[in-house]
Write a protein that binds this ligand. Structure first.
Ligand SMILES: [Zn+2]
Length: 68
């Protein structure tokens, strides 16, 4: 079952971005996700399965809760 990921969620990944940051904001969902690195503001397209595998934690800001 696919993970519950929504636009605006912040995901923490196991692997760091080259800038040293490991938190990304989801900008677009779908087969391919568009995420923004919160360290350097770079936007990346990534396939959903690849992203899901790398996620360590999801933060949903509006509800102030940690899903995983
Ligand atoms: Zn970065």
């Amino acid at each position: 079952m696919p993970m519950d990921l929504r636009v605006g969620d912040i995901v923490e990944t196991k692997k760091q971005h080259p800038c040293g940051n490991n938190r990304f904001q989801i900008l677009r969902t779908g087969i391919d996700f568009r995420v923004k690195c919160l360290g350097c503001d770079k936007q990346i397209w990534i396939e959903r399965p690849k992203l899901e595998k790398r996620i360590k934690k999801v933060e949903r800001s509006e509800e102030k809760q940690i899903i995983k």
